[in-house]
Design a protein around this ligand. Structure first.
Ligand code: CA
Length: 236
């Protein structure tokens, strides 16, 4: 049974939403302010968060920021009409969907279901990304052979750590696709990043250096993370 964390300080609305969610077959946890929401995410690792914007302690946006440092958990944000301008900020910080108050119960449950389904598909992709491929891949003068765990640049072996190799292999076999730092950490380190963790950025820095002229094929995607692109001035 998927667990939904409801973060809502209005008692009456919270009561209604909990009833709807339980009626639809979800287990529900409830937090009524920012700090306890963040604690609850860490303690009970829910499958989805329904997050009200205006909260005591700190607001939903701050909850979202903190959660997003370590987790790609789906988040459905609840907002009042007057806060419309904030939606843009929320999307940038990483909410997955929005619902404007007041909302109908059918619409609400449909959004929750859709988000959980989408997340499930993402998890499947993530599992596939973790699985070791065996095909040798090329990028200009770079050859990556996963079965031998070996990378060569202009014929010379590259000395890469296990995580550097994992990152390079993941980016290379998904050329052109942008990955978030949280996703890369999950896929390559095999566990979620802890708050303030810079392992992905540091590994990317080292990787760029080791790749020499090819280093700039690992692009920073603003507000997202990283992507591997085609080397400039070379064919596919
Ligand atoms: Ca509120």
């Amino acid at each position: 049974m998927p667990t939904v964390l409801l973060v809502e300080d209005e008692t009456e609305l919270a009561r209604l939403v909990i009833r709807e969610l339980e009626g639809a077959g979800y287990a529900v946890r409830h937090a009524a302010d920012g700090p306890s929401a963040v604690r609850e995410v860490a303690d009970s690792t829910p499958d989805l968060i329904v997050l009200d914007w205006m909260l005591p302690g700190f607001d939903g946006l701050e909850v979202l920021r903190r959660v997003r440092q370590t987790s790609a958990l789906p988040v459905l944000m609840l907002t009042a009409r007057a806060e419309e301008i904030d939606r843009v900020i929320g999307l940038e910080v990483g909410a997955d969907d929005y619902l404007t108050k007041p909302f109908g119960s059918r619409e609400f449950i449909a959004r929750v279901r859709a988000l959980l389904r989408r997340h499930e598909r993402l998890q499947e992709i993530l599992a596939a990304d973790r699985a070791e491929g065996t095909t040798t891949l090329n990028l200009g003068p770079l050859v990556v052979d996963p079965s031998a765990h070996l990378a060569r640049l202009d014929g010379e072996p590259l000395e890469l750590t296990r995580t550097e190799f994992g990152l390079l292999h993941l980016l290379l076999r998904n050329k052109g696709r942008a990955f978030s730092r949280a996703y890369l950490h999950d896929a390559v380190w095999g566990e979620p990043a802890v708050e303030g963790d810079r392992s992905v950025d540091n590994a990317i820095l080292r990787l760029r250096k080791k790749l020499g002229d090819l280093g700039d094929t690992i692009e920073t995607v603003w507000g997202v993370g990283y992507r591997l692109s085609q080397p400039k001035g070379r064919g596919p």
